[in-house]
Design a protein around this ligand. Sequence first.
Ligand SMILES: CC(=O)SCCNC(=O)CCNC(=O)[C@H](O)C(C)(C)COP(=O)(O)OP(=O)(O)OC[C@H]1O[C@@H](n2cnc3c(N)ncnc32)[C@H](O)[C@@H]1OP(=O)(O)O
Ligand SMILES: CC(C)C(=O)C(=O)O
Length: 580
Amino acid sequence: MKNVEHYKKGYYMPPVVDMSWAQKECTDKAPTWCSVDLRDGNQALIIPMSLDEKIEFYKTLVHMGFKEIEVGFPAASETEYEFLRTLVEQDLIPDDVTVQVLTQAREHIIRKTFKALEGVKNAIVHVYNSTSVAQRQQVFHKSRAEIKKIAVDGARLLRDLTIEAGANYRFEYSPESFTGTEPEFALEVCNAVLDVWQPTRDRKAIINLPSTVQMSMSHIYASQIAFLSQHLKYRENVVLSLHPHNDRGCGVADAEMGLLAGADRIEGTLFGNGERTGNADIVTIGMNMFALGIDPELDFSHMPELIDMYERVTRMEVHPRQPYAGKLVFAAFSGSHQDAIAKGMKFREERDEAYWTVPYLYIDPHDVGRRYEADVIRINSQSGKGGVGFIMEQKYDVNMPKKMREDFSYFVKEVSDHKHQELKPAEIYQIFSQYYVNTKDPIRLENFSLQKRADRWLGQILLQANGEEVILQGQGNGQLNAVSNAICKAYGITITNLVYSEHDLDRDSGSRGIAYFGLTDTNGKTTWGAGIDTDTITASIMAFVTAINRMEGMTERVRFRALKSSPAEVGQFRASVGQH
Ligand SMILES: CC(=O)SCCNC(=O)CCNC(=O)[C@H](O)C(C)(C)COP(=O)(O)OP(=O)(O)OC[C@H]1O[C@@H](n2cnc3c(N)ncnc32)[C@H](O)[C@@H]1OP(=O)(O)O
Ligand SMILES: CC(C)C(=O)C(=O)O
């Protein structure tokens, strides 16, 4: 990178640096939340929200439990003004919700803001002016004293117009661009504003310290907050608020550390929408608390619906990796993760665990309205037997033997790798059905008969192989043994080991069963097959035939042996089993 010499730190350390807050592990209760979606979020959109869109967003915020909502900058535009008027005229402000409006510290703008507020019972009037070194020099061309005067004059006007209106509005002041301001100067301006407002226990003032542009690591911001928290006048009657942005990608960290350092309130937006890289994301901050067992006092349990509303009205997109919200944040594609998740879920189910401890899933996706089968285990070429087995078991009731699961998952992986695609559960089941269940090539089971003679079973099976019909005969000490002996003898197959299992397939009706066979040949290779039927023995024979069909070299073997029975023999057999 060229030009690094053009950069230096743009922030200022407080005169007294106290980092004792860093010893706290986490906050122990939710802060006061203030959504600034309808103002800071809105002012950063390519197309700001329409009146109807703002109303829809506002209603969602109320529904989620926000008690303080910055509804706009009424002096900015007709829509902003009308929006507040609509909230008043349509009686959309519940008694326990306070709407907040933003204004520059300029007389005509403040007056217009107050006009927009007529009839509002609970309001916070939020006034700001920039205090940073850069803005003092480059934008306002004013001294520290002159900048302080803008703030104090604005504070006075707020106070006087509120008295004039006979209202009980609360006040908020932001030394805008706080992070580029010397902390002791920000403190001086804030204290001067507080001297005007004289906050009391019943009418606290809000001092909001924005990282308008994030300029430092989060512990520096937090130490600036700690400094102001410890030196603000009327501190017990001041609500110390934070308004972090995200230029360094640390908006959430600024909010969290700022809370540890003494702040009481957070201004932010859903999913971090806002100027440039956005504002602090209230969803992440709140869910971070939730995940540590602290009630955020906001409802995030319908995340998919929240995202849907947000994307529709803001025309922004929630990133697939957005914490707690993105489409992929609970997805595990990789084999070892899937295996651990599937085992963790089982562990949880069996132990009835009180706390959420499933590996790789920071929270239970259900808590934010997400589904395991659609959102968690996703199959591609990185996946393993745990994931494939989980889907087959959870969604399709197919509980394969462990080794078969491995075999099938490698098969699925290969398909995914060749297609270069993720495979959805339905596609995985389709692969299973096509290649592992009731296969008919090179041999197809047409019918069978099994009879017990003394302690032996005699088996006759009618197959179609090579385009011909053939009846095979065999005997054994069990029904399946009789069938397998018939087939193995006919085609010269030696099986050195055999694994078998079966279970009901349709948990509810119990009408179908599935059987699995693993056949090991003389080279030690095991081939798997499954059979599904309403009759258990048919399912088992189908599974055996499928495993045989899937053995290496079977097609050639069947062709080479070219077995066939005469039409008369076949007719006779069909008649004996009642098949026409
Ligand atoms: C960090 C933030 O997000 S702060 C909020 C920013 N949001 C917005 O600005 C959105 C809404 N704003 C607007 O629609 C417009 O800016 C308006 C209608 C409020 C005002 O527009 P304009 O009158 O054209 O003024 P503009 O905002 O460009 O400000 C220019 C003047 O106001 C002064 N000014 C800017 N901010 C402030 C402030 N907070 N307090 C006092 N004066 C201010 C500037 O120094 C400048 O003064 P100059 O005319 O003497 O050079
Ligand atoms: C008005 C202030 C709080 C602001 O939006 C900012 O500084 O980012």
